[in-house]
Design a protein around this ligand. Structure first.
Ligand code: GDP
Ligand code: MG
Length: 164
């Protein structure tokens, strides 16, 4: 079967923007009705002759008693369990926050391969000093990406397909 890649992370880090960028550039979009592709959470992607599916999981909020939030978390957990590779998206503008660490711990427990994407690195060249604090998440070398501009997405895809 085709490998499945799940995009996870807390809300607002740019998961959906990344998802759209990844499928938009590599996929012949069948249905280009406005709104349809934007809201789709499953997409097909191809990179270096490898085809795979991508899932945009929606945000993982910190654990709480809220039913909707805990359902979102459960959906994300299901996507993680079904994924061959997980992309954890974080945000260079906020730096590492406690929820990032919680999610990283949850992913390490899953035993799946994880690629850490530090999004919103919009400037070309050396990443800013804050980039290096993402090493503390214990997920190896982070990849600097700007999902809006598309910088770094090739490096990210290279890292993803290494695991297939
Ligand atoms: P999600 O909640 O993780 O799916 O995040 P979204 O994809 O909805 O993005 C949240 C906000 O971050 C939006 O305003 C995006 O335009 C913005 N955003 C996403 N990626 C980037 C990026 O690479 N650079 C900048 N500057 N903003 C970004
Ligand atoms: Mg989203």
């Amino acid at each position: 079967a085709k490998p499945v890649v799940a995009i996870v992370g807390r809300p607002n880090v740019g998961k959906s923007t990344l998802f759209n960028k990844l499928i938009g550039e590599r996929l012949s979009i069948v249905d280009d009705t406005p709104g349809v592709t934007r809201d789709r959470i499953y997409g097909e992607c191809e990179w270096r002759n490898r085809k795979f599916s991508i899932v945009d999981t929606g945000g993982i909020e910190p654990a709480s008693g809220d039913v909707i939030l805990s359902q979102m978390r459960m959906q994300a957990q299901l996507a993680i369990d079904a994924a061959d590779v997980i992309v954890l998206v974080a945000d260079i503008r906020t730096g590492v926050v406690a929820t990032d660490s919680d999610i990283a711990a949850m992913l390490l427990k899953s035993g799946r391969p994880v690629v850490l994407c530090v999004n919103k690195c919009d400037m070309i060249g050396e990443p800013p000093a804050e980039f290096y604090e993402f090493y503390n998440l214990g997920l190896g070398d982070p990849v600097a990406v700007s999902s809006v501009h598309g910088h770094g997405t090739g490096d990210l895809l290279d890292r993803i397909v290494e695991y297939f």
